[in-house]
Ligand binder design. Structure first.
Ligand code: ARG
Length: 458
């Protein structure tokens, strides 16, 4: 007999049970469900709605059930539909009809909402920790490679020389924003749904604030209708995870490109590479590719839940049972991606010589030649045109800009002087870009220091 079977004359069809059930995936919230029930029972006893003996029996029974589940002695039945009913039914089996009082002043609608918020708060905090560790790795690698100069790209064409550390620290900023987004979304979901009942609240004299404190919620929700129908917090977390995944994916894309023979900027550790079943020479960056690929799955989960929610009338609808598999999958996927990305990144060798070689040719210091003239009073637009002509001259004559003699420079503009070669050396181009946030040595030092302080304070 179902817990809700009273008004039914006939049992459910087998296929309905299978279709309707969420137990196979919501059982992962068993600990939250039990914690929520214990807090609820405590409140019921405190308010005199049940006796304290009844509460004790419920609590002991629930804790035993928790042990049974953890020891894998708990049998999940598809007929029980979901984790809430499976646990309640088992409680009644264990402690008899007293267990039937647990659901007083509560509905599965507010119960599922509390379980999932607790679960997401817990998992969100774990993801924050993983992001923090990844930022630590990025900072370390940046410090190790702060002297390494590499080409910076726009349009994937060589643009200006930069420090490799500056490039890595760009990702630090992305993950820092993700960290903050995650923190904010956890803060926003930190409201207790229990007490909303099925949708309209309850006539019992309950104490929601008490339950909120018991379960570590900052406050209680304001509107019972919104409470049981709201899944914004799931969407938000799925979005934040999508953003993290997108950032990882961009980094992975670079790593895939950098590890090609053509680039050879980095070499992946054997431990984080795979081979080919046919081509003996292959060492493939599968980890980076897979993280990039999994981003598609995570976006799919986001679009999935957004679409589930878009046409729902107030208040609870069964459609929202579809909220779980996607976010659970996104959480699992991002957690393993963050862990493996960090290991792959830490063990990846930077080929500094190869990066430096790639600065040759491509006129990567052309902007600095134009800046040189501009600093001597030539309007920048004019300087830009002159350097464009120098580039053509070098191309035609197969020369590098830095190889031109002063006399040749002067043919393009009288403003060129003795110091031109020094000013356009790759080292000056990189280390003197000291505007705040730039790649210059001093600016980079400030940036890395700020990163270090940020990690110390979070
Ligand atoms: N398994 C359900 C879900 O995930 C629990 C809430 C069921 N409530 C109801 N009125 N059918 O949404």
């Amino acid at each position: 007999m179902k817990l809700w079977g009273g008004r039914f004359v006939e049992g459910s069809s087998k296929i309905l049970e299978e279709f309707n059930a969420s137990i196979n995936f919501d059982k992962r919230m068993y600990a939250e469900d039990i914690e929520g029930s214990i807090a609820h029972s405590k409140m019921l006893a405190k308010q005199g709605i049940i006796s304290s003996e009844e509460q004790r029996a419920m609590k002991d029974g629930l804790l035993e059930i928790k042990e049974e589940i953890e020891a894998e002695n708990f049998v999940f039945h598809i007929e029980d539909e979901d984790i809430h009913m499976a646990i309640e039914k088992r409680l009644i089996e264990k402690i008899g009809q007293i267990g039937g009082k647990l659901h007083t002043a509560r509905s599965r609608n507010d119960q599922v909402a509390v379980d999932i918020r607790m679960y997401l708060k817990k998992e969100g905090t774990l993801i924050k920790k993983l992001l923090e560790e990844l930022m630590g790795s990025i900072l370390n690698k940046s410090i190790e490679n702060k002297e390494v100069i590499m080409p910076g790209y726009t349009h994937l064409q060589r643009a200006q020389p930069i420090s490799a550390a500056h490039h890595f620290m760009a990702y630090f900023q992305m993950f820092k924003r993700d960290y903050e987004r995650l923190e904010q979304s956890i803060e926003r979901m930190d409201e207790l749904p229990l007490g909303a009942g099925a949708l309209a609240g309850t006539t019992y004299n309950i104490d929601r604030e008490f339950v909120a404190k018991e379960l570590g919620f900052e406050k209680v929700t304001e509107n019972s209708i919104d409470t049981v129908s709201d899944r914004d917090f799931i969407i938000e977390m799925n979005f934040v995870i999508s953003m993290i995944s997108m950032h990882l994916s961009r980094f992975c894309e670079e790593i895939v490109v950098w590890s090609t023979t053509e680039f050879s900027f980095v070499e992946m550790a054997d431990t984080y590479s795979t081979g080919s079943s046919i081509m003996p020479q292959k060492k493939n960056p599968d980890v980076a590719e897979l993280i990039r690929g999994k981003t598609g799955r995570i976006y799919g989960n986001l679009v999935g839940i957004m679409t589930v929610m878009k046409g729902l009338p107030l208040a609870y609808n069964k459609d929202t049972q579809e909220d779980k598999e996607g976010i659970f999958d996104s959480i699992d996927t991002i957690k393993i991606s963050l862990v493996i990305f960090k290991e792959m990144f830490e063990t990846m060798k930077i080929n500094a010589d190869r990066m430096y070689e790639n600065l040759e040719g491509g006129f990567i210091n052309a902007t600095d030649v134009a800046d040189y003239l501009a600093k001597k009073g030539v309007p920048f637009r004019e300087a830009h045109r002159i350097v464009g002509e120098i580039v053509v001259y070098c191309e035609v004559n197969k020369r590098k800009i830095s190889e031109l003699k002063l006399g040749e420079f002067k043919e393009f503009d009288e403003a060129f002087g003795e110091d031109i070669h020094k000013k356009i050396s790759l080292e000056s181009c990189v280390w003197e870009r000291n505007s705040y946030g730039g790649t210059g040595r001093k600016a980079l030092e400030v940036q890395m220091n700020n990163g270090k302080k940020y990690l110390e304070k979070i």
